[in-house]
Design a protein around this ligand. Structure first.
Ligand code: ZN
Length: 172
């Protein structure tokens, strides 16, 4: 990890209302792809300063999406913050079932309470961390939106956070 610590959000030159910070909620998979592209393009000592800054900012932002502390308390014990969620897939179906009652904390007893009865012949359950990278585990937009909605609840990012709100969330 670099020791880069930005002074402010990364806003787009031509679209001042859009920022990398906002894209964490609106187009996370695109950010991951862009970062990979930039890594290839500039390596560690690329020449273009603007590209270097974007790459550094993205690297920083993606890492911050992995180490945020959830604020929402576990719906089962009400003592510990939520840490994971379940996603259930029914074979042959198009989408996953992902909902608020599938969030739980670090305790096994709470995971049990969050886990519905499933028919293992027809269904599989995935357990994922409350981290932004979990968005990327789903290929459909609809499932990604459900994950984002859980992340927003978990991190108390509901409503319409501005670029500045999000920057402060990711930098603190
Ligand atoms: Zn709990």
């Amino acid at each position: 990890m670099t020791n880069y610590s930005p002074q402010g959000p990364y806003k787009f030159f031509l679209r001042r209302d859009m920022s990398l910070e906002k894209m964490m909620l609106t187009n996370y998979p695109r950010l991951r792809k862009d970062f990979k592209k930039l890594e290839k393009k500039v390596g560690s000592n690329g020449k273009w300063k603007g590209v270097q800054i974007k790459k550094k900012h993205l690297e920083w932002l993606l890492a911050r999406g992995e180490d945020r502390a959830p604020k929402m308390l576990c719906p089962y014990c009400g003592e510990e913050p939520v840490e994971h969620f379940l996603a259930i897939y029914t074979f042959g179906g198009k989408y996953f079932t992902i909902k608020e009652s599938f969030l739980f904390c670090k305790k096994d007893s709470c995971k049990k309470k969050a886990s519905p009865e499933i028919d293992s012949r027809h269904e599989v359950v995935a357990t994922l961390p409350v981290k932004f990278s979990s968005i990327d585990k789903f290929s459909s937009k609809r499932d990604r939106r459900k994950v984002i909605s859980l992340l927003r609840k978990s991190f108390n990012l509901q409503g319409r956070p501005t670029t500045e709100d999000l920057f402060s969330f990711f930098s603190n």
